[in-house]
Ligand binder design. Structure first.
Ligand code: SAH
Length: 216
């Protein structure tokens, strides 16, 4: 279902210059975004807009997802950590990009969203490559560290130290940093003991709530 709408959206992301990486565009052409939305919003799945997914949380607009996927430079075999599984859409796309041989661990603090994301992974056949866990991801996920890529889907007051520690040598991390309402999307890269931070531009994400985020 929705194949024509999905391919129109992907064409738009390419022609508007948001995404140039063909692997990212292909993955976005394959993953059915409507399957990650509440029933009443499925009809809007292929409009380039953020949408509510319940519990006051949102699924990012497709162009933002595409920009983040491109900046992450995901390759087959990568071990990836995502903080803020939400609907699971971004995690499924990353699953496509790290196959074969890779693994995506995605952490969600809200039980109801996490279990829905887990279910959709099983239904769509991503459960071999994507593992959904319920926990405070602001402390990272030490048991599977280090990660080649880390992506944070919620706004942090500063780059959470545990996440920097869990980033592999040569690794890349994306994290929105700033106040609640407007943040800078930071790219953190690790070269041995050296961490480098680059701001990629202004973004708006829901708050990261937890030990190394904002308080509840
Ligand atoms: N990537 C998601 C969008 C997530 S919205 C998607 O594709 O749908 C951000 C999510 O981060 C919300 O679901 C929120 O509950 C979650 N979140 C906020 N703080 C968190 C924390 N400390 N650990 C894990 N998840 C967190």
């Amino acid at each position: 279902m929705y194949e024509a709408e999905r391919s129109r959206l992907v064409k738009g992301l390419r022609s508007q210059g948001y995404v140039t990486d063909e692997r990212v565009l292909e993955a976005m052409g394959r993953v059915p975004r409507h399957e990650f939305l509440p029933p009443e919003l499925k009809g809007q799945a292929y409009v380039d807009s953020p949408l509510p997914i319940g519990m006051g949380q949102t699924i990012s607009a497709p162009h933002m997802v595409g920009i983040m996927l491109e900046a992450l430079e995901l390759r087959p075999g990568h071990r990836v950590l995502e903080i803020g599984a939400g609907s699971g859409y971004h995690a499924a796309l990353m699953g496509e990009l790290v196959r074969p041989g890779g693994k995506v661990y995605t952490v969600e603090r809200l039980e109801s969203l996490g279990s829905a994301a887990k279910e959709v992974m099983e239904r769509l056949g991503y459960d071999d490559v994507v593992e959904v866990m319920i926990a405070d991801g602001s402390i990272g996920l030490p048991e599977h560290a280090p990660y080649d890529r880390i992506t944070v889907a919620a706004a942090a007051p500063s780059v959470p130290t545990p996440l920097e520690e869990q980033l592999a040598d040569g690794g890349r991390m994306l994290v929105p940093v700033g106040g609640q309402g407007y943040q800078d999307l930071m790219l953190v890269t690790r070269n041995g003991d050296r961490l480098e931070r680059t701001g990629l531009g202004g973004v708006v994400f829901v708050p990261l709530i937890g030990q190394h985020g904002y308080q509840d």
